[in-house]
Design a binder for this molecule. Structure first.
Ligand SMILES: N[C@@H](CCC(=O)N[C@@H](CS)C(=O)NCC(=O)O)C(=O)O
Length: 279
């Protein structure tokens, strides 16, 4: 692991590292915010998964989360959104919604994607093992959040691994990739035509059979340009109603899909996770 950048921030440290990932078979970068409390002992940790086109840096630079994480005493880990490097396959037309910057947090089974695109294993196993070994974080106290494609990642990963997380939240998540163009392109490409495999990565399908109903918070802007075609939040409201899953799902008037929306509500998401990470 190599330190790329380090900046003091709200009494803590915002750091960026590179390392060689065995699950992704390439070099990766991630960012970590360590609150001031990490100097005294182990702190709980929030994983943040970003959306299409992002790297580990978008959230770090635009969400304004450090002030609240420093106050709460929570570390925040931001991974990249796909494997990276010259030999990593990308969308044939270089589209923003598939390939580089668009790993969708799945384990690809189809060539050529299955050589590097194992973001699910990276986020659920390899990265937490590295973080737990190298930083003063408490393995027993992890939560997960994300935006858009990363909201899909956070929700599916938490629903599939409820023992690993205390709580889950999302901003403007893709709630049912099997039912929207972004999701159908990604799942079809990474997993092939076997739609049973797609169900494993669909939040609305996973909610139906959730063995444990982890605390869940979702915020969605009603002026989000992707709401109707891609995000379809009402599907999650309906799936939760049918499953008796009491998630908090808020429609926020006038907010769009951008980091201005995330910055406006990040404090409430950190407060939500704080309750469960410190209970
Ligand atoms: N049409 C947009 C779609 C991508 C997009 O909106 N990405 C969101 C996540 S789904 C984002 O966070 N972008 C980076 C940023 O705003 O910093 C583009 O071409 O960049």
């Amino acid at each position: 692991m190599e330190l790329v950048a380090s900046n003091k921030c709200f009494g803590g440290e915002q750091k960026q590292y590179s390392h060689t990932s065995s699950s992704l078979n390439c070099d990766m970068r991630f960012s970590i915010f360590l609150p001031p409390q990490a100097e005294e002992g182990k702190v709980p940790v929030l994983y943040w998964l970003s959306g299409l086109t992002c790297t580990d840096e978008n959230f770090v630079q635009k969400a304004g989360a450090q002030r609240y994480a420093a106050e709460a005493g929570i570390a925040i880990v931001c991974p990249d959104t796909s494997p990276r490097g010259e030999d990593v396959a990308d969308d044939a037309e270089g589209a923003y919604d598939f390939g580089l910057g668009a790993g969708f947090y799945v384990n690809a089974t189809q060539a050529p994607w299955n050589k590097h695109y194992h973001m699910y294993d990276y986020i659920t196993q390899e990265l937490p093992a590295l973080i737990n070994a190298e930083f003063p974080v408490d393995v027993e106290r992890q939560s997960i959040s994300g935006h858009s494609m990363g909201g899909h990642g956070a929700l599916t990963i938490a629903l599939k691994n409820p023992q690993q997380y205390k709580s889950v939240s999302a901003f403007a998540p893709i709630v049912s990739p099997i039912n929207c163009p972004w999701g159908q392109k990604a799942l079809g490409g990474y997993l092939g035509n076997n739609e049973n495999a797609w169900f494993e990565y669909d939040t609305c399908e996973l909610v139906k059979n959730a063995p444990v109903k982890l605390p869940m918070l979702v915020d969605q802007g009603d002026a989000d340009q992707f709401l109707e075609e891609q995000l379809q939040t009402q599907r999650l409201v309906d799936a939760c109603d049918q499953a008796g899953y009491s998630a908090e799902i808020n429609m926020r008037e006038g907010y769009d899909h951008s980091y201005f929306f995330i910055a406006s509500y990040i404090e409430s998401h950190i407060e939500f996770h704080r309750k469960f990470l410190f209970s």
